[in-house]
Design a protein around this ligand. Structure first.
Ligand code: ZN
Length: 336
């Protein structure tokens, strides 16, 4: 009896094991698939987009800063910290852009793969930081040619973290850089149509230095390179003088910065009999809403360019480089 029962019980155990195995396999299937993707956490939206483009279906990316978020003042949240410590790779910008996160990221780098991709740009291609002798202007995404260099560093960081996907990352980077080249060519073409005497771009903070250098436009920010600096009344008065003397007709607000100073300027100029209009909203340090064309890097730059060029008297299609910009006030043909 004892002997006779044994095979039965063994079969039963085997069956149970198989059932459990099948269940475990089923339950485990999704996490296993997800785990095959390289988990990347990024700071700015522009970097999130670059990782998405270069990483393709090999990566899953979590961006910490959404649309309208100011990277100069952003601090990591509790859930950011959890995500960063669990990720395979953390990519941040560097050049003192994420000023409030820098200490945290440097400490994290001791035990985690953390790469500041803009830090690898050659120093001779960077603009000086007006507030610090030993720092540079971090807003390099404003020149698509410079951003295409950063994309290479994003690619290399991904390859380092996942060498087996090297070919895919290289192919994706080549394709994306081709799109960036097209953007750059469009930018040069439309920027050249702005009359020389109107080439002055006045914005809330100094985010457009590289834009100005690339397209020969003088840029003036009410606030400095970081939004953390205070703006005195004196600065606003000087800016009003500039608007009146140079007969500047258009100024711009930014999606990630308060428009208080810009409104003060417009009022100040108005009280001296010089009418200035707010010619649109620019994406300085954050992209548009996710899911929109403006929520991609290329859409963001296309929007800025198109808005600026048209407001300063140049010629650009109302819906931008690819006809994909949303129709809105200031972007429609009939508005100005
Ligand atoms: Zn900025």
């Amino acid at each position: 009896m004892k002997y006779a029962r044994a095979p039965g019980s063994l079969t039963g155990a085997m069956n149970r094991l198989c059932r459990w195995g099948a269940l475990l396999l089923l339950a485990g299937w999704l996490p296993v698939q997800a785990a095959e993707r390289l988990e990347v956490v990024t700071t700015t939206g522009m970097l999130t987009d670059a990782v998405r483009e270069v990483g393709g279906d090999q990566v899953s990316v979590r961006g910490m800063m959404g649309s309208g978020v100011d990277p100069h003042s952003y601090r990591q949240t509790r859930s950011d910290i959890v995500a960063m410590t669990r990720a395979d790779l953390v990519i941040w910008h560097g050049l003192y852009l994420e000023a409030q996160m820098e200490h945290f990221l440097e400490r994290l780098a001791r035990r985690q793969t953390v790469v500041a991709v803009a830090e690898s740009l050659p120093r001779e291609r960077l603009l000086a930081h007006e507030d610090y002798d030993d720092k540079f202007d971090p807003h390099v995404w404003m020149d698509p040619e410079l951003w295409a260099e950063v994309v290479l560093h994003v690619r290399d960081a991904l390859i380092q973290a996942r060498p087996s996907s090297e070919q895919a990352f290289r192919d994706n980077a080549v394709a994306y850089r081709r799109d960036l080249e097209a953007l750059s060519a469009y930018a040069r073409r439309v920027a050249a149509t702005v009359p020389v005497e109107s080439r002055i771009l006045l914005t809330a903070h100094d985010a457009f230095g590289y834009f100005g250098r690339a397209y020969d436009v003088e840029v003036v920010g009410i606030q400095g390179i970081s939004t953390e600096s205070e703006t005195g009344l004196r600065r606003v008065r000087d800016m009003v003088d500039l608007l009146v003397e140079r007969e500047v007709g258009a100024v711009f607000v930014e999606t990630s910065v308060s428009d208080r100073n810009i409104r003060a300027l417009v009022e100040g100029a108005g009280s001296r009999g010089h009418e200035v209009r707010v010619a649109g909203e620019l994406y300085s340090d954050a992209m548009g809403e996710p899911g929109n064309y403006e929520g991609t890097y290329i859409g963001m730059i296309d929007h800025n360019l198109t808005t600026i060029v048209r407001a300063l008297g140049g010629e650009a299609p109302a819906r931008g480089m690819q006809g994909r910009l949303s129709a809105r006030e200031g972007a429609s043909d009939s508005s100005e």
